[in-house]
Design a binder for this molecule. Structure first.
Ligand code: PBG
Length: 300
């Protein structure tokens, strides 16, 4: 296990001099640009070089089409540009999905209570190009719409961003372990759940179908999410596909360990690296984890 294997997810908010802790994610914060730059600098010194940024968007800027996601005024795009100009050697991954921008809190456009797959692709394409223009190195579609990797790949290529890579959330399960993340962004669905587009936790072989589509559509990395309850899926994709496999050690997984540690119920310093090691052993080449900075500090 090395720091090089890790991607650090960071939550960002518009404004200045703002750093608020996410209650259900002790040690993780929503950061304004000034704090974000400081955080990136600190992490880079520790050897953490790749960051996945997630925007917490004000409710008044959300709408049914998620148009703020590609608006010229989007603070998230400005932050990407700023981080890349200050730290050109930092690798910036972005999130592509409508939920932080959607007044419905869903990853796709909602019509008559249902998610409309193909109309959503247009929004995802615009969002991806806007992020690439801002300087993103890796586009991370987390929405689980069908056909979006190919659609985004074509849009990126058509706009001159053939060098921007796609880390596809390939096997993303409809999991209970995303709760703290939705607290961080205020992005929980306003009705229903995400089971019509995220996968059934009971289904293993469907991950192969999803992986095959994403691979053929041009994904550069395939991601499994969550990580710990899905080590068998990580292992299976690693055996089957000749491209890097990523795993997202999600918010609920972090929160559980932190809570146990805070209660003195577990030896955190041993349990945390053991968790990461298990994800790597299962076959993940890359791990997205809220533990990234602490792991690097431990190693330093
Ligand atoms: C949104 C998205 C989610 C996560 C990453 N991108 C939540 C969801 O699908 O509801 C979860 C990450 C985590 O729990 O740490 N498309």
């Amino acid at each position: 296990m090395s720091v090089d294997n890790l991607i650090y997810p960071l939550f960002v908010v518009d404004g200045q001099n703002h750093k608020s802790e996410v209650k259900s994610l002790p040690g993780q914060y929503r950061l304004s640009l000034d704090y974000l730059l400081k955080e990136v600098e600190d992490c880079m010194k520790l050897g953490v070089k790749c960051f996945d940024l997630f925007p917490a968007v004000e409710e008044s800027l959300k709408n049914e089409q998620g148009t703020y996601s590609y608006s010229k005024d989007n603070f998230y795009l400005k932050y990407i540009k700023e981080v890349k100009s200050r730290f050109p050697e930092a690798v910036i991954m972005t999130d592509v999905a409508m939920d932080p921008y959607s007044s419905d809190g869903h990853d796709g456009i909602v019509r008559n209570g249902e998610i409309v797959n193909d109309a959503t692709l247009e929004v995802l394409g615009k969002m991806s190009v806007a992020q690439a223009e801002a300087g993103a190195d890796i586009i991370g579609p987390s929405d689980m719409m069908d056909g979006r990797v190919e659609f985004i790949r074509n849009e990126l290529d058509d706009h001159g961003f053939s060098g921007v890579s796609i880390m596809s959330y390939t096997a993303k399960y409809a999991s209970a372990f995303y709760g703290p993340f939705r607290d961080a962004l205020g992005s929980a669905p306003k009705f229903g759940d995400k089971k019509s587009y995220q996968m059934d936790p009971a289904n293993k072989r469907e991950a192969l179908v999803e992986a095959n589509l994403d691979y053929l559509e041009g994904a550069d990395h395939l991601m499994v999410k969550p990580a710990l309850c899905y080590l068998d899926i990580i292992h299976m994709l690693k055996e089957e596909y000749p491209i890097p496999i990523a795993a997202y050690n999600v918010s609920g997984e972090y929160a559980m360990l932190k809570a146990a540690a805070q209660n003195g119920w577990i030896d955190y310093d041993r349990a945390m690296p053991e968790m990461l090691l298990s994800i790597k052993r299962a076959g993940a080449d890359v791990i997205l984890t809220y533990f990234a900075k602490e792991f690097a500090q431990m190693k330093a």
